[in-house]
Design a protein around this ligand. Structure first.
Ligand SMILES: NC(=O)c1ccc[n+]([C@@H]2O[C@H](COP(=O)([O-])OP(=O)(O)OC[C@H]3O[C@@H](n4cnc5c(N)ncnc54)[C@H](O)[C@@H]3O)[C@@H](O)[C@H]2O)c1
Length: 292
């Protein structure tokens, strides 16, 4: 019994019982399946200045990866990285000496030339790229019959075209370099269901297209060793959702929750395990899938 209690205490403290299988360059001693490790990998995350993208970059750094934080403003990217590093250094299971290599890049994902330049800089700075996650995205609500066309085009531009531009650079690079790439498109549950009561035809259409883009690229690139999958979150309480609730009224959240079997919105950190699994060799036979 005492041994069990000591064992449980050591687990809580993040200490291992035997020689660890995964060493995290001696930064950590938690036992976990080795294939989940991202040590030695470089992960690029768009929209990583906040929200889901920032959670993903945090999860990747905690799993041993180097990472690029791509977002509209360089300063917001640098702030995000500073916050991620602060969070990591406060983790009791991570050694004080662990300082993940994270770099910020300013890039509007709707600009073909900016995406191309940013991609070149990332490859030059890191030497190689293994994983790309396209989390940059927006949401907006207008009733369909009065949807302003410029807003419609902007939605498609950021959510769909921005994902495609990064996917194209990554795919071209992996194919030319004969590398096994891993692309994760951030789609949404709205790719497959119409949520209510908010009216968001353009958002739903953009995410439906992102998911089908993912399956198309997965089919085209599988024989080159490149995996492509879409992550389709439900409601995660990020600034995007907080902003939407402020705009539409807090009572909407109560309506949503009625339709969520778990009875609550998700916390963005609850996607960390899923994205690490998708980005790592633990999911080596996952291709062309929507993880909802
Ligand atoms: N939060 C949710 O409940 C939820 C659910 C399903 C899908 N998603 C998707 O997850 C992704 C991230 O959402 P979030 O909730 O973290 O949003 P967020 O608004 O908190 O973060 C989005 C990030 O993308 C960046 N961005 C926006 N336009 C950009 C552009 N043109 N170029 C570069 N960066 C740009 C923003 O600056 C911001 O940092 C989006 O694609 C969203 O559709 C979110």
């Amino acid at each position: 019994m005492a041994t069990l209690r000591t064992a449980a205490r050591r687990l809580v403290l993040g200490q291992s019982f035997a020689k660890p299988i995964v060493s995290f360059q001696s930064h950590r001693s938690l036992m976990t399946l080795p294939s989940f490790s991202l040590e030695g990998k470089t992960c690029v995350v768009t929209g990583a200045a906040r929200g889901i993208g920032k959670e993903f970059l945090t999860a990747f750094a905690l799993s041993g990866a180097r990472g690029a934080c791509v977002d509209l403003s360089l300063q917001s990217g640098k702030d995000s990285i500073a916050h991620i590093k602060e969070h990591i250094s406060s983790q009791p299971t991570v050694s004080n000496s662990y300082d993940p290599e994270l770099r910020a890049y300013s890039c509007d994902v709707t600009s073909e030339s900016e995406v191309q330049e940013t991609w070149k800089s990332i490859v030059k700075d890191f030497g190689k790229v293994d994983v790309v996650v396209t989390a940059a995205g927006i949401v907006a609500n207008y009733e369909a019959e009065n949807y302003p066309y410029d807003r419609w085009k902007n939605m498609i531009d950021v959510n769909l075209n921005g994902s495609f531009l990064f996917a194209r650079e990554a795919g071209k690079y992996w194919i030319n370099q004969k590398l096994k790439g891993n692309l994760i498109l951030v789609s949404s549950m709205s790719a497959s269901i119409c949520v209510r009561p908010q009216k968001q035809a353009a958002y739903n259409a953009s995410k439906g297209a992102v998911s089908l883009l993912g399956r198309s690229l997965a089919t085209e690139w599988a024989d080159k060793g490149i995996r492509v999958n879409s992550l389709c979150p439900g409601y995660m309480k990020t600034d995007l959702i907080i902003g939407l609730l402020e705009h539409e009224g807090q009572e909407i959240e109560d309506n949503w929750v009625k339709d969520i079997p778990m009875g609550r919105l998700g916390h963005p950190s609850e996607l960390q395990g899923t994205v690490v699994w998708m980005a790592s060799d633990a999911s080596s036979y996952l291709n062309g899938s929507d993880i909802v």
